[in-house]
Design a protein around this ligand. Structure first.
Ligand code: HEM
Length: 358
């Protein structure tokens, strides 16, 4: 991808708002400490460096069900029947199955479902504007429904997955939590599970929908603000999609807990320490420099035996969205940050066409 520094600066400026509006203090803390690979604050260890991040995910034994981690939230969300950060033989079997379901053949099987949504919704741009968060919910919901065999309407499924994740995040955030947070989180999880033929798929639905709904509008806004539409064609869209996912790092922090004493970037880590793995920094997403390569692009999807099995699917869906939008060269006319969502993102991102496909 050609670097276009001034365009990327504008894109980055807008994109930073999703962090600054939703978690200003956390964002400031992470920005202030990011020059060090590993930073300890009491029993919390911030991991910024690319190598330390990879090591933490591949070499340090992690407590996969500790409260406040993604795995812990998943265990509650699925009543123990999770597939997220699960350990042992059961994880390996479920994971093998899911990786098969989400591999290249799965992309071919699922693509018609999201293409149908694009074919219905994108032409609205010819007559005016298009709201990309709503569109992303429908794309994510239709894809998750096809993946899990759910008969639910895409909006209902996406809405239930978003609510379940937001309630779980509120229940797990440090500091005072709303009264009844745990009960609300359990109720939202049950509502989602009720929409699925196999309730154990709740975690997959949450992982797929929330990342997609956060990622697609941010990536499309970046593409608009950086003036990248003319470079979007079938050959280049896949690489651009991967690069935009690196630059936006939709899942910017991975909360984990060390299960044993270890050494990370020369620093001791003790069993029970809380690790905040900063995917955004490990991927170099905060730096204006051109893409540091495929390892950085992979970092936003984690590393090792638990790395995201949906990465190929997410890249393919984004590439298809970019290809569908590109002929209209859309520009952002309205953007509002979502301060409630589990992941940083837009509550509304409206674009307007600047030309019609010829
Ligand atoms: C832009 C979109 C996405 C991003 C940024 C993303 C990111 C991630 C990350 C960072 C992890 C943790 C990896 C680790 O601990 O090493 C993860 C795990 C996971 N993701 Fe994704 N993901 C995305 C889309 C998807 C999609 C579309 C699906 C399903 C269709 C999915 C399913 C999963 C599952 C099941 C896991 C748990 C894997 C395990 O613990 O073995 N993700 N994802």
């Amino acid at each position: 991808m050609n670097e276009q520094p001034s365009g990327h600066r504008a894109a980055r400026r807008r994109d930073r708002r999703v962090y600054l509006r939703s978690h200003p203090l956390l964002f400031a803390l992470l920005a202030a400490t990011r020059r060090r690979a590993v930073v300890r604050l009491g029993r919390t260890v911030l991991v910024h460096g690319a190598e330390a991040y990879r090591e933490a995910l591949t070499r340090i034994p992690l407590d996969r069900t500790a409260p406040g981690t993604t795995g812990g939230a998943a265990a509650e969300l699925t009543d123990g029947g999770l597939l997220f950060d699960q350990d042992g033989a059961e994880h390996r079997a479920a994971r093998r199955e899911l990786s098969g379901e989400l591999g290249a053949a799965a992309v071919d099987r699922l693509r018609p479902h999201w293409q149908a949504v694009l074919a219905t919704r994108i032409p609205a741009l010819a007559g005016g504007t298009l709201e990309l968060v709503e569109l992303s919910r429908e794309l994510a919901g239709a894809t998750a429904a096809a993946l899990t065999g759910a008969a639910a309407c895409p909006h209902a499924l996406a809405g239930a997955a978003t609510e379940a994740a937001a309630a779980a995040a509120r229940d797990h955030l440090p500091g005072p939590r709303p009264r009844d947070a745990a009960r609300t989180a359990a109720a939202r999880a049950a509502e989602l599970a009720a929409l699925l033929p196999d309730p154990r798929d709740a975690m997959v639905a949450v992982a797929a929908v929330n990342t997609t709904v956060a990622a697609l509008p941010r990536a499309a806004a970046w593409c608009s603000d950086a003036g990248l539409w003319p470079s979007v064609d079938a050959d280049r869209a896949p690489a651009l999609a991967a690069e935009l996912l690196r630059l936006t790092a939709p899942s910017p922090l991975l909360p984990r807990v060390a299960a044993a004493d270890a050494v990370l970037a020369g620093r001791p880590v003790r069993a029970g320490d809380r690790l905040i793995l900063v995917a955004r920094h490990a991927a170099g997403a905060h730096r204006p420099a051109p893409s540091p390569g495929p390892a950085a692009a992979q970092a936003v999807f984690g590393a090792g035996p638990h790395a995201c099995p949906g990465a190929g699917l997410a890249r393919a869906l984004l590439a298809d969205l970019l290809l569908a939008l590109a002929p209209y060269r859309p520009v952002v006319v309205r953007a509002r940050v979502d301060r409630r969502a589990a992941l940083p993102g837009w509550a509304e991102l409206t674009v307007r066409a600047t030309r019609l496909p010829g």
